[in-house]
Design a binder for this molecule. Sequence first.
Ligand SMILES: [Zn+2]
Length: 57
Amino acid sequence: MWICNGCRMLTTLQVAEPNIDDEGIYFICPVCHRRNPLVALPREDPDDPLDLEQVRE
Ligand SMILES: [Zn+2]
């Protein structure tokens, strides 16, 4: 569960799909369309699924 840094709306991966561009990983809030940065946690095994964590602003 993530919280939008703009409107504080709770959202999930199913609703706000993460994207990646030159500036990094992020999701767009479905309510206020704010860009919310994410970071990928280090993985022990490169085959493991990516674990994303929200960056609090
Ligand atoms: Zn928002």
